[in-house]
Ligand binder design. Structure first.
Ligand code: KIV
Ligand code: ZN
Length: 553
């Protein structure tokens, strides 16, 4: 058993399956480039059969990040060319599509999967055990004709009968699989159980010594990182992870947590990996900005508060010796600590320096736009914290190609009358439109007024408001998720590999302001812009006149 752990990043596949995380092809290439800089060994670039867009995005990544010649044009010398992987169910059409998408990569990999738990075989696949074994053999062999690097996953392995798994995995090895990935698809197992499962597979599967055992965990019980580390300690040498832990439902194992555990507790693990930890913060921010999924402030390693020390006793200890309360240095994950305090007297230069320290390189024009917002916030708050800056950045700079821009939003509400909102929006043609609407509450009224201008039928699925920092003057951050009505819009739908059914497309939006009503309006316009950009919808005439209220008061 060697001591090198491969990192297989599935941010662009399992991560992108997070509701609302849809990215455009260009954004996916940017993410893939950062994953290469980060030094991951394998990039699972997508699920090519899911839609023509997914196939095209995987093709584009294969020809860019997947080719040494191209990598040398945009990356530093130290950046290795990663393996590019495409996901396929155990069917010839899926495998054909995966191969079509990855064949231009220098190191292509086909990843095929079939469920092995009784519950999935009986209710989802309606297949008997023998048929599953047979299908795995033929489909792994089919993939092998195209590509020497084939990964097989017995889906829902965490709830599968281990004895049956040994048989399936043996057949996969015989048919040519080079990596066997063990997914805890529904995040059900505990670390002890998962460790026993991996040790059992290693001890009882004939031929296992010649392949790499991989682990793929989901975080439904908050155990994904613990399970992944348990699997690695039991002998797995590939970890499947996503940046910021994004993914189906509660998400996947987060790359930064596993990497930093191996790094910080090296004496316990004694394992090597190829990840450049100083690229972690940048990767986290890029993924957050393109998916619209805001990282929770207390998230390990990459949360805005991960290295903040608030309590007096902690600050005192830190000043005396950093190791009193700090097990990792912020610089190790690419975060530089600053003594700069930004407030209303700070100028553009100080703002630029702080942003660079936080890993954001803005153009002069972007800096100017951000500076205007920064000043408005600084006028209301004494100190603008890093978390405020990150919220403003996601709100102001990292927006999809803007179709509609919110100019003004005003609301009248309270116990004396109907909540009434008025919005002014600049459209794609540069023309300003104004609309007013009533609603069950101020946000509902505002979204109805926006709908009267944007005309994109959708359902508001989620609305969250958070204070970025503490105090009455805190910046409010609103995230929304909308589902586009695909029947009326004929919006492309994609297949969810876990559910094997067509999925509606959902889009996330984000807005920040010291006024939560304005933040709400910005978040909704942001989500609509993302949907319009991703679906390639031309807004020259109303698509449909919405008549329903959004149901947010
Ligand atoms: O969670 C899962 O089972 C998966 C497979 C496709 C590997 O994502
Ligand atoms: Zn998964």
């Amino acid at each position: 058993m060697n001591n090198y752990v491969r990192f297989f990043d599935t941010t662009l596949r399992d991560g992108e399956q997070s509701p609302g995380a849809t990215m455009t092809s260009t954004e996916k290439i940017e993410v893939a480039r950062q994953l290469a800089r980060l030094g991951v060994d394998v990039i699972e670039a997508g699920f090519p059969i899911a839609s023509p867009d997914d196939l095209a995005a995987v093709q584009a990544i294969s020809s860019d990040v997947g080719q040494a010649e191209s990598v040398s044009t945009w990356a530093e010398d130290s950046v290795r060319t990663p393996v590019i992987c495409g996901l396929a169910r155990a069917s010839t059409q899926d495998i054909d599509a995966a191969w079509e998408a990855i064949q231009s990569a220098d190191y292509p990999r086909i990843h095929t999967f079939l469920a092995t738990s009784d519950i999935h075989m009986r209710h989802k696949l309606r297949m008997e055990r023998e048929d599953v074994v047979e299908r795995v053999s033929t489909m792994v062999a089919y993939a092998k004709q195209y590509c020497s690097d084939v990964e097989f996953s017995p889906e829902d392995a965490g709830r599968s009968d281990p004895e049956f798994l040994y048989i399936v995995l043996e057949q996969a090895i015989k048919s040519g699989a080079t990596t066997l990935n063990i997914p805890d698809t529904v995040g059900y197992t505990t670390p002890e159980e998962f460790s026993t499962l991996i040790s059992g597979i290693i001890a009882n599967t004939p031929g296992i010594d010649n392949v790499i055992v991989s682990v793929h965990c989901h975080d439904d019980l908050g155990l994904a990182t613990a399970n992944t580390l348990a699997g690695i300690r039991a002998g797995a040498r590939q970890a499947e992870v996503t940046i910021n832990g994004i993914g189906e439902r509660a998400g996947n194992t987060s790359l930064e947590e596993v990497v930093m555990a191996l790094h910080t507790r090296r004496p316990i693990f004694s394992l090597e990996h190829g990840v450049d930890t100083t690229q972690i913060t940048r990767a986290s921010r890029i993924v957050s900005k393109y998916t619209g999924i805001v990282v929770q402030p207390n998230k390990a390693i990459v949360g805005a508060n991960a290295f903040a020390h608030e309590a007096g006793i902690h600050q005192d200890g830190m000043l005396k010796h950093e190791e009193t309360y700090e097990i990792m240095r912020p610089e190790t994950v690419g975060l530089s600590q600053s003594t700069l305090v930004l407030g209303k007297h700070s100028g553009r230069h100080a703002l630029r320096v702080r942003l660079q320290e936080l890993g954001f390189d803005l153009s002069d024009e972007e800096l100017q736009d951000l500076f205007i917002r920064f000043k408005r916030v600084a006028d209301k708050k004494k100190v603008v914290a890093d978390a405020d800056l990150v919220a403003l950045i996601s709100d102001e700079i990292y927006q999809p190609p803007e179709v509609f821009r919110l100019k003004d939003a005003q609301v009248v509400c309270g116990t004396l009358g109907m909540p009434t909102a008025t919005v002014r929006i600049i459209g794609p043609d540069g023309k300003e439109s104004e609309q007013a609407a009533i609603g069950t509450g101020p946000v509902d009224a505002c979204y109805s007024a926006i709908d009267k201008i944007v005309h994109l039928p959708n359902e508001l699925q989620e609305y969250n408001v958070n204070a970025v920092t503490e105090g009455i003057d805190a910046l409010g951050e609103v995230t929304v998720r909308i589902q586009v009505d695909s029947e009326q819009m004929a919006a492309p739908q994609r297949i969810s590999p876990q559910r094997e059914q067509l999925q509606y497309r959902t889009f996330g939006g984000h807005g920040a302001s010291t006024d939560v009503f304005v933040a709400s309006a910005r978040a909704y316009v942001n989500a609509l812009n993302k949907a319009l950009a991703a679906l390639g919808i031309q807004i020259d005439k109303p698509v449909i006149t919405p008549n329903s209220t959004k149901g947010k008061d």
